[in-house]
Design a protein around this ligand. Structure first.
Ligand SMILES: Cc1cc2nc3c(=O)[nH]c(=O)nc-3n(C[C@H](O)[C@H](O)[C@H](O)COP(=O)(O)OP(=O)(O)OC[C@H]3O[C@@H](n4cnc5c(N)ncnc54)[C@H](O)[C@@H]3O)c2cc1C
Length: 451
């Protein structure tokens, strides 16, 4: 953990770039590994260009699907250079690419040999085809449910449970399909390599579903207090129960499990709102929204909860700058609050410009504390209210290019920007900053909706 933002130094982004390249290399190696198995040594007798192309596409699509587990396994070191949200977006994009590649694998086979179409009848097809057809069907259900979850009215928890089950089933059936077709893995060492690859995927699953929850179970946290904030939000303070100190970078988040064991699939991501300097004390500020967040007010001191984290690259600790700009909408203030509190605790005098958008003045979460922080930081605050009270002389409406242009200092292009809020606001702010000439590499975004 860094001690001051200023001391984080300009070498941090470079280190992140190197780490990013390293993990990208590992990812590509894992994706091409099955193709190497396929091509290595003496290849089996060729069955013609199109059939071989189809096989190569099948292997590539399968490898991409298998490595999907690694993308969402939340390995902290691998996720650090990118940020978890980017990994989830990448996961989603790769799924679509893999689906296209797998479809091409099947369609090519059907075109070069129309008898293949009969294999779609899983009641009469041989087992190798049954496995492939069922895996593909599972994959398409999984993709449709992921792309249209909200339109289909599927709850997040229900979707997540089925997503995991279908993904595991699809990959296992694909492995069975490769095993039964067995064309490219006939030699003993290829079989060993292939088995190693399959064991790796299984190991990932065991890690995510069993080992990590087990570790969380052994390192519980207890609720110390729950108190109400402006804006229909609750701050839950927790501390580790009889174990290690927990450190994080301000702006990061963790998955929280409450009223459940870590083996249950229900866990929710929340940004820390507390200072990263508070030895072992942690707080989340949670806005009431749905089933889980509406129950937060019922948490009681002494209640046991579990954490998986910290995660995220949205932190001032990662970027050395002559000044920071925080642009928050509603509960998107939480990571900014953690950064503000941390900068104050570190007596950091780096200038910070906060733009904070809310509907009404009465619902501005942390309003009083932000005002008080002006005495401890070089902090300027611009509240932007959608429905300002009578006599309001500040900014009203939304955080537009004009508002930013009016309030940002002249050296705006050298600052680092952190944006967190509802999607429409985030998108509008990103566009506005771009039009104001702020380099995109200096704009960091936290998304509160991963799916
Ligand atoms: C990185 C990150 C940091 C966040 N930080 C905060 C914060 O500091 N304060 C805060 O109030 N909210 C935060 N959120 C949002 C918070 O996670 C959701 O509001 C919460 O999980 C909703 O759960 P629910 O059951 O009450 O609502 P639901 O009505 O079930 O869900 C509402 C929406 O929230 C999302 N969601 C629901 N469950 C999950 C889940 N288990 N994992 C991921 N997304 C889910 C889905 O998009 C869903 O459509 C953060 C989200 C992310 C991704």
């Amino acid at each position: 953990m860094n001690t001051t933002a200023a001391s984080s130094g300009p070498d941090k982004p470079r280190a992140a770039l190197v780490q990013g390249m390293f993990w990208t290399g590992i990812y590509l190696a894992l994706v091409v590994a099955p193709l190497i198995v396929l091509l290595a040594g003496t290849p089996p007798a060729s069955r013609g260009f199109w059939r071989e192309l189809s096989a190569a596409l099948g292997y590539a699509g399968m490898a991409m699907m298998g490595v999907q587990f690694a993308l969402t396994a939340r390995f902290r070191h691998a996720a650090a250079p990118f940020g978890i949200d980017m990994l989830y977006y990448f996961h989603r994009t790769v799924s679509l690419m893999a689906a296209v590649i797998i479809t091409a694998h099947v369609i090519i086979l059907m075109i070069i040999d129309p008898r293949t179409i009969a294999l779609l009848n899983i009641l009469q097809a041989p087992w190798r085809a049954r496995a492939a057809v069922t895996a593909s069907a599972g994959l398409f259900v999984l993709l449709t449910a992921s792309l249209f979850r909200q339109q289909l009215g599927i709850s997040y928890e229900g979707w997540r449970r089925w997503h995991g089950t279908l993904a595991i089933t699809a990959v296992v059936l694909t492995l069975v399909h490769v095993e039964l077709v067995s064309h490219y893995i006939e030699t003993p060492w290829k079989r060993i390599l292939w088995t190693g690859y399959s064991v790796f995927w299984t190991g990932l699953l065991v890690h995510v579903r069993l080992l990590r929850p087990w570790s969380q179970l052994r390192h519980p946290y207890v609720v110390e207090s729950v108190h109400c904030e402006r804006g229909n939000a609750w701050t839950v303070s927790i501390r580790p129960e009889r174990h290690h100190r927990f450190t994080f970078q301000p702006g990061q988040f963790a998955w929280l499990t409450a009223w459940n064991s870590p083996f249950a699939v229900e866990e929710h991501p929340f940004s820390f709102s507390s200072s990263a300097q508070q030895n072992g004390r942690l707080a989340f500020t949670i806005k009431e929204l749905g089933d889980f967040t509406r129950r937060v007010r019922d948490m009681v001191p002494g209640q046991r909860v579990y954490l998986n984290g910290p995660y995220g690259a949205f932190s001032t600790d990662r970027y050395h700058a002559p000044g920071y700009v925080f642009i928050a909408g509603g509960v998107g203030i939480t990571p900014m609050m953690s950064m503000l509190r941390t900068l104050a605790d570190r007596n950091d005098r780096t200038p910070v410009h906060l733009f904070y958008a809310n509907k009404q003045w009465e619902e501005v979460t942390f309003r009083e504390e932000i005002d008080e922080l002006k005495t401890r930081l070089r902090l300027s605050v611009t509240h932007v209210l959608e429905e300002p009270p009578a006599g309001w002389t500040g900014e009203s409406g939304f955080v537009t290019r004009e508002v930013l242009d009016r309030r940002l200092p002249a050296e705006r292009r050298s600052l680092e920007y952190f944006v967190c809020g509802p999607d429409p606001m985030r998108e509008a702010v990103e566009k506005a900053l771009y039009r104001l000439g702020v380099p995109l590499t200096q704009v960091h975004v936290e998304r509160f909706n991963l799916v």
